[in-house]
Design a protein around this ligand. Structure first.
Ligand code: AMP
Ligand code: MG
Length: 409
């Protein structure tokens, strides 16, 4: 069972990710689905090919096939017949003769190279072809996949090309992990359902829509459980009910140290809670815990902090529970197109957009760093990651950049 206990110090990002990868238990339960339903699911078996792919040597081009060693000095050969894709040649092509062969057609016995039709001339059953090395324009049997090879490994999230490769080995169904079931709440007396009139002091709920969508984009099955008031008992009861039938409960708001932050007490009343004080910006402490058998993640309330802490902490947790082996995201090297100063000590993510300037990738930073400014997330395409010890960024400096698209695949 997943255990989120940590010490009291500040957690560095790598430590947090290592802890997550060690502590998170993969959900049990698999199901078999047809390829059409497998996109985005997590593969729960190693897919081994029972056959060579391609299953037979075939021509990579339209042209004429012959045995390289049997080609006469003048290149003129009698055409022994035609072989098209799906229609193998019966028998062998005699030495010194050629066969008309089309792309994808099985290469007949007696043929070991194919001359492209653009390079040949001839008519009336005779062709003149250039000299070629054996193997030219021939796709060898098994050159893509050898029989018995593992073509897909358990623990990947299935992409279109993965499904295509499974189909190439003859598969129609795959064993995948069952979907993670997540429950999402917003908290706060000021939070209102979009569509309803706004009372004085009210704001519309931003986080629930974002959080549900983030979870869905990772492949989770999401139950939207609405807005909870700033009342400990109500929150406690709602969380306890949600713990049945969900693998994960995710809330936003109510986990800082304000008087109206009741989520912490509510989780402690019906489960266990640990604050992970991570040395990151934006993002106050992220609360991780357990309610019944469900994992609990309490994100901060500010909409930008919600998205950043989700991507940094909830995402690896969710992917780990789903059984995805590798949730690391690549950092791209870009150039700073801005100047920035700050107090070092925390790993900071700046909302950024990357443009190409004469072949170079240059990052622009959103002018405001406020953690409530959701337009900054919409304006940006990704995050620039500043290491803990950096105090200053000058134009032209090398920076690490992670596109949102890499984190939400
Ligand atoms: P809290 O952590 O509950 O103190 O919330 C921090 C800030 O985020 C406050 O300004 C809240 O009004 C805001 N906030 C909390 N939850 C939401 C939400 N679901 N949608 C939009 N803003 C929120
Ligand atoms: Mg609140």
């Amino acid at each position: 069972m997943t255990d989120f206990t940590v010490g009291t110090g500040m957690l560095r990002v790598e430590e947090a990710l290592t802890l997550l990868s060690r502590r998170v238990a993969v959900l049990d339960g698999v199901e078999e689905v047809c390829l059409a339903d497998a996109l985005g699911r997590v593969l729960a078996e190693d897919v081994v090919s029972p056959l060579d792919v391609p299953p037979h040597a075939n021509s990579a081009v339209d042209g004429w096939g012959f045995a390289a060693a049997g080609r006469p000095a003048d290149g003129r050969m009698t055409v022994a017949g035609t072989v098209a894709a799906g229609h193998p040649f019966v028998g062998a092509v005699p030495v010194g003769m050629a066969v008309r062969i089309l792309t994808g057609a099985p290469v007949p016995d007696g043929v070991d190279c194919v001359a492209m039709q653009e390079d040949c001339s001839g008519e009336g059953g005779v062709v003149t072809a250039p000299m070629l090395a054996p193997g030219t324009n021939v796709r060898a049997q098994g050159e893509d996949v050898a029989q018995g090879a593992t073509v897909l490994a358990a623990g990947i999230r299935l992409r279109p090309q993965d499904l295509g490769l499974a189909a190439a080995t003859g598969r129609t169904r795959l064993v995948v992990r069952r979907r993670l079931r997540a429950a999402v709440f917003s908290t706060g007396d000021e939070i209102n359902e979009p569509g309803a009139p706004l009372p004085p002091g009210g704001i519309y709920d931003t986080n629930r829509t974002t959080a549900c969508s983030l979870l869905r984009s990772l492949g989770a099955e999401v139950t939207d459980l609405g807005i909870l008031p700033d009342r400990r008992e109500v929150i406690r009861d709602a969380l306890a009910r949600a713990a049945t039938g969900h693998d994960l409960i995710l809330t936003s708001g109510g986990v800082s140290v304000g008087d109206e932050d009741h989520v912490k007490a509510a989780v402690e009343a019906c489960g266990s809670l640990h604050f992970w004080k991570m040395a990151i910006k934006p993002g106050k402490p992220v609360a991780l815990g357990r309610v019944g058998a469900a994992a609990f993640v309490g994100l901060p309330g500010n909409p930008v902090a919600v998205m950043v802490t989700f991507l940094l902490v909830a995402r690896p947790l969710v992917l780990g529970m789903m059984g995805i082996k590798d949730s690391a995201v690549p950092r791209y090297r870009v150039e700073a197109g801005f100047a920035f100063r700050r107090k070092p000590g925390r790993r900071e993510w700046l909302r950024a957009r990357v443009r190409t300037d004469d072949g170079r990738l240059v990052a622009e930073k959103f002018p405001s760093d406020g953690s409530g400014v959701l337009t900054s997330m919409v304006w940006s395409d990704g995050l620039v990651e500043l290491p803990e010890d950096v105090a200053e960024v000058s134009p032209g400096d090398a920076l690490a950049y992670v596109p949102y698209a890499e984190m939400l695949r």
